[in-house]
Design a protein around this ligand. Structure first.
Ligand SMILES: NC(=O)c1ccc[n+]([C@@H]2O[C@H](COP(=O)([O-])OP(=O)(O)OC[C@H]3O[C@@H](n4cnc5c(N)ncnc54)[C@H](O)[C@@H]3O)[C@@H](O)[C@H]2O)c1
Length: 81
């Protein structure tokens, strides 16, 4: 399982789809839900330690092993296109 933070963002969406295309299980953690309902998703504000811990713990309980984290959550720098 690979976790992509900010998986609903511009770079995050591309990263999530690319990982899935290459056969990885992926979970996005973001404050914004993904536009594609097929993406596994946990909503959390990662600036909130409690929410971040809860989201990561829940993922850890559901899957055998988290093998990677791609950190792309970021303050919004531009309007989504
Ligand atoms: N887009 C590019 O071309 C590009 C190029 C180089 C580097 N980057 C870097 O990559 C990162 C992501 O860029 P992007 O263009 O995808 O940005 P984006 O604004 O499109 O996406 C950021 C995502 O992070 C989420 N997010 C913001 N605050 C959050 C929080 N507290 N908790 C959880 N999720 C949160 C947002 O909801 C959003 O979906 C940034 O650090 C940016 O500087 C982007």
């Amino acid at each position: 399982m690979i976790i992509v933070t900010g998986g609903s963002g511009q770079l995050g969406r591309v990263c999530v789809f690319d990982l899935i295309e290459h056969g990885y299980d992926v979970t996005s953690i973001d404050v914004t839900p993904p536009t594609d309902p097929g993406i596994r998703f946990s909503r959390a504000d990662l600036t909130d330690f409690g929410q971040a811990k809860a989201a990561l713990s829940m993922i850890d309980e559901r899957v055998e092993e988290v093998t990677g984290v791609v950190q792309l959550a970021a303050w919004r720098l531009h309007t989504k296109g």
